[in-house]
Write a protein that binds this ligand. Structure first.
Ligand code: NAG
Ligand code: NAG
Ligand code: NAG
Length: 667
């Protein structure tokens, strides 16, 4: 795999050659300053320029009464929850100079006010709690067409934006979203291409309560050459504060295109408030090299036109020569590497321990390997309690940082677990190795393992946005389109495992993770069944149990609630879903927090597929392959029986619920 590095290396040489050779021909004139001033003393729709200059997106309006931009629009039909809007200056601003690779310097000041507004009758008694969401951002974005999502996304990003959606935002956040790393419900944050802030500032520390209803003023200045940001915040009318709330080195250039749009975004979630922007000034200076047609360039151009063929041939020769040379060298390197790596593999096949001397050469990034207990121990700071992410009856999971800076999850199985369940460790280790060879975009890669007489440890990739259960039953509301994608991703990843004669054996919503772009990644494999010794069971048996558990997770995804009710007297989800199916009221199960944007037919169809998966194995439970076909609409859904099928051994001793694994194991 080392030849990738060579490949990269050679191509960078080749590429820089191409770039410099063409750069030589672009004459650059003197350096000039490109400046831009934007100034709004107030926002008033009687100002005819305003309509041209400000683009309002989503739920945003100009309020003549307050002479402000308001997000969301308070006159909005329906309630004010889960709304997002943007107000963007309509013309792009030059914020990055590609020639010198420096970002522009800019200064901006604006005044804002958050007005408490509750819209739901049952919350009026609870006004203090229901107001206060979600916050405002000053935003720099690549286009003037997109609105981010509501709630904790602050209208800044949405969960489908990929990594090349460049954004910079300074957020004024009045909700605490721990899954986004928020420190409290009154903070500023600097967000670079991500909703998770790279720096957060506690506004209470400087005596400011963002949503106290008063008018605040902010000054942000950024020096593109020195790469330095300074933010100040004060009550409006008090003048420029002598102290900044945040000042630090910061390089914005990776997040800026040459031309960007500037403006504001804001959003509400379960909690509502009106975000007013009352005035705004913005100035930017970027450096550019003036492109003046000189006598030389004109001559070149004429020569080029007259003698195009010859010129092209002349220019091409050195380049094609370099390409040829690079290809030849590459081929040789590839062949040598292939030869050596196959040779090494043969040599290693009988060895179980990878010698530590090999560490100075970087390992191929995606191949699982054996870790030493010392490596794991230092990565988890000696299994520090502070690093614990969670635990269950089998294991404790830690967040860990490897020497190369990668964040990983370390799952340490408990010795008692093996002793009391009589698992054969060897079988277990075999299973870990088998699963670690599987690659699928929706399966969390296993980085490696570590075991000796005492320890059995598995190392996974750390997935930044946390597990699905937090998103389904927690503060945020995942939209239906995203939930449907999660269902499909989960189905496809299980099908892939099953097609390799493996099974997940621990399917539940806390084993599904969401990555930075909210794609579902399935991890936390069970490796063994919890209910009984696993070696007796064929992989087939665990696969049908996977299908059952998949069905329950699907119900959780549609209903937005956990399988087990935490309110006494309430039915567990599976019971409830079958009962609703019996009385033909399945739509009542669909999570109403998703609002009106749900594709109800699709949601019911998915619900049916979920129910189908919870049928007894010999009574029509589909395989994962059939599930994927059903999800892709390649087949009609078989008719469901009218009543809930009886689970032969309904109770799992730990959850108190019918579980696919329990059913299968005790049959
Ligand atoms: C461009 O702006 C910088 C910083 O404001 C200033 O020092 C420089 O003199 C300006 N250059 C020109 C050509 O105006
Ligand atoms: C924010 O600042 C306030 C006042 O200084 C303090 O009471 C609070 O604990 C701080 N919150 C955090 C999360 O640091
Ligand atoms: C309690 C309350 O004020 N509810 C209102 C929420 O907003 C909608 C639309 O403006 C009104 O119809 C409700 O009466």
């Amino acid at each position: 795999m080392d030849y990738y590095y060579w490949f990269f290396f050679l191509f960078s040489i080749l590429f820089s050659n191409l770039v410099t050779s063409s750069d030589d021909k672009v004459p650059t004139g003197p350096i000039i300053n490109v400046t831009k001033h934007i100034s709004f003393q107030e926002f008033n729709s009687n100002n005819p320029r305003l309509k041209q200059d400000v683009t309002l997106l989503g739920s945003a309006i100009i309020s003549d009464e307050k002479t402000s931009v308001q997000i969301p629009d308070p006159e909005q039909q329906g309630d004010l929850k889960h709304l997002a809007g943007r107000a963007i200056y309509s013309s792009p601003v030059r914020l990055f100079d590609p020639v010198s690779q420096t970002s522009a310097s800019f200064e901006t000041t604006f005044s804002f006010q958050f007005e408490a507004k509750s819209n739901s009758s049952n919350e009026t008694s609870d006004l203090g709690k229901s107001v206060g969401g979600s916050g405002l951002t000053f935003i720099i974005v690549p286009d003037e067409l997109t609105v981010g999502r509501s709630g904790p996304w602050l209208g800044m990003l949405n969960d489908v934006c990929d990594d090349d959606y460049n954004t910079v935002a300074i957020e004024f956040d009045t909700r605490e979203n721990p899954e986004f790393g928020d420190p409290n419900d009154n903070h500023l944050g600097i967000n670079l291409g991500s909703i998770v802030s790279t720096a957060a500032i506690n506004a209470s520390d400087v005596g400011v309560q963002l949503n106290d209803g008063s008018i605040h003023r902010v000054w942000i200045s950024y020096d593109g050459k020195k790469r330095f940001i300074d933010i100040r915040l004060a009550p409006d009318g008090r003048g420029y504060p002598s102290k900044s709330v945040y000042s630090s080195s910061l390089d914005l250039s990776p997040y800026l295109n040459e031309y960007m749009f500037v403006g504001f975004s804001a959003a509400t979630g379960n909690h509502t408030q009106i975000h007013n922007i009352l005035s705004w000034n913005f100035t930017s200076i970027s450096q550019a090299s003036l492109r003046i047609p000189s006598a030389e360039t004109c001559q070149n151009k004429i020569r080029l036109q007259n003698n195009r063929q010859a010129e092209i041939a002349h220019r091409k020769t050195p380049n094609s020569f370099f390409i040829f040379l690079a290809v030849v060298i590459l081929l040789i390197i590839v062949l040598i590497n292939l030869y050596f790596s196959s040779y090494k593999r043969d040599e290693n096949s009988n060895e179980t321990i990878i010698l530590p001397e090999k560490k100075q050469r970087p390992m191929p990034p995606n191949k699982a390997r054996r870790f030493t207990i010392a490596e794991i121990s230092s990565a988890t700071r000696n299994f520090s309690e502070l690093q614990i992410l969670g635990s269950d009856e089998k294991s404790i999971t830690y967040k860990a940082t490897m020497l190369n800076g990668c964040n990983v999850v370390v799952k340490r199985f408990l010795t008692q677990f093996f002793n009391t369940h009589g698992f054969e460790k060897r079988q277990f280790h075999k299973e870990i190795k088998a699963i670690s060879k599987i690659r699928h975009p929706n399966l969390a890669p296993i980085r490696g393992w570590c075991y000796d007489n005492q320890e059995t440890i598995v190392v996974y990739d750390y997935i930044p946005n946390g597990s699905l259960d937090k998103w389904l039953f927690g503060v945020g509301v995942l939209p239906w389109t995203r939930r449907f994608k999660v269902v499909k991703a989960l189905a496809e990843s299980l099908l892939h495992l099953h097609s390799k004669q493996l099974a997940h054996k621990n399917v539940k919503s806390s084993s599904v993770f969401l990555d930075v772009s909210f794609r579902a990644v399935v991890g936390d494999f069970g490796f063994v069944l919890t209910s009984s010794g696993s070696t007796r069971f064929e992989s087939m048996v665990s696969q049908t149990a996977d299908v059952f558990e998949f069905g329950v997770v699907v119900l959780e995804i549609v209903a937005g609630r956990g399988r087990k009710s935490n309110r006494p007297g309430e039915r567990d989800l599976l019971d409830l879903a079958w009962a609703m199916h019996e009385v033909q009221q399945k739509e009542t199960l669909v999570d109403r927090r998703m609002g009106a944007v749900v594709n109800l037919d699709q949601a019911i169809r998915v619900l049916d597929i979920g129910l189908l998966c919870t049928l007894n194995e010999n009574k029509g439970r589909p395989t994962m392959e059939e599930v994927v076909e059903l999800l892709n609409m390649e087949k009609p859904i078989p008719e469901l029986p009218s009543g809930r099928p009886v689970c032969l051994f309904p109770y799992n001793s730990t959850t108190g619920l019918c579980s696919g694994y329990a059913c299968t194991a005790f049959k």
